[in-house]
Design a protein around this ligand. Sequence first.
Ligand SMILES: Nc1nc2c(ncn2[C@@H]2O[C@H](COP(=O)(O)OP(=O)(O)OP(=O)(O)O)[C@@H](O)[C@H]2O)c(=O)[nH]1
Ligand SMILES: [Zn+2]
Length: 352
Amino acid sequence: MGRDAGDARGSPALSPRRHDARSDEDDVRVRPSRRGSRPRTRTRPSHADAVPGLVVAVDRGRMTVRVEGPDGRPVEVTAMRARELGRHGVVVGDRVRLVGDATGRPDTLARIVVIEERTTSLRRTADDTDPTERVVVANADQLVIVTAVADPDPALGFLDRCVVAAYAGGLEPLLCLTKTDLASPQPLLDRYAGLDVDAVPMSREAPLDPLLDRLDGRMSVLVGQSGVGKSTLVNRLVPDADRATGEVTKVGKGRHTSSSAVLLDLPGGGSVIDTPGIRSFGLAHVTAEDVVAAFDDVAEAAVDCPPGCGHTAEDPDCVLDAWADAGPTARRERLESLRRLLDAVGQLGPGY
Ligand SMILES: Nc1nc2c(ncn2[C@@H]2O[C@H](COP(=O)(O)OP(=O)(O)OP(=O)(O)O)[C@@H](O)[C@H]2O)c(=O)[nH]1
Ligand SMILES: [Zn+2]
């Protein structure tokens, strides 16, 4: 077959091979459009025929992108970012478009030319003062915060930070309270009840069903500190994922050792994104407003707060106290829980 079926139908000749002086190697060859009907511009090829895919792993600039193969089954393609994306990073969960060789055959490399708009972005900064935020995972529905009820004791500050990061990124938080064979999950359940954070107690002996019910058909990110039993959980959820458990050394753990996140499909539908590299959540990018916005009732009341209100008990003109007093006692509990979150992450927002 000729290089472009479209030529036969009389569409304009394709642009010259070297279409852009700044092109990197992959850009030099302009791929003929499969449909052949769309002429390319010199500086920026049209990507209307680029192949849609889902980023399932990122490892040192190389992305693994899942696309639909010729037989309708998913194929994993190795890809890199096109230079034209500028500084836009690609993360696990991103929906992208690929040009180049998207067959997934060995030693092929495709190019990501489009990152679709994200529905959610789980973000973090290196610490609370660093303004450079990094997106950790895109488009996930929920953040599953894995914490042991004992051994190790729950790191409450870390939990609060994860809850805040979830709300700020547009994800629903879900607490997965592991090792319930060692202690009661009740204190942790109580701690977040006022905010209606969903929670599921779990131990390695207990059936997975209550958790699977919540993961079904959704894209969920799993975070947790070392030793909480996250790998044990992932191995049960995705038996062929082969995540190493209980090892002291991080060397040689799992297949995607150096990745910060890897998407794994659940056998019954939905997926989980494991984040082995993420042990902390800097929240320099989060404002008190971002947190409040996650609670419709509180956000509605807070519109009467002065601009820049931090909504803490120390903010003199915060209207949320009056709002709590005017309602049932549950409102006060909700406000206290919310303020504990704001306190725990501290220094939220400019001027607060
Ligand atoms: N008692 C009890 N121990 C568990 C449970 N789940 C996991 N463990 C143990 O807790 C330890 C840590 O489990 P992992 O699954 O490796 O924990 P992790 O969160 O992946 O931690 P890293 O390996 O450091 O990333 C192991 O010794 C497990 O056997 C549980 O439900 N109950
Ligand atoms: Zn306020």
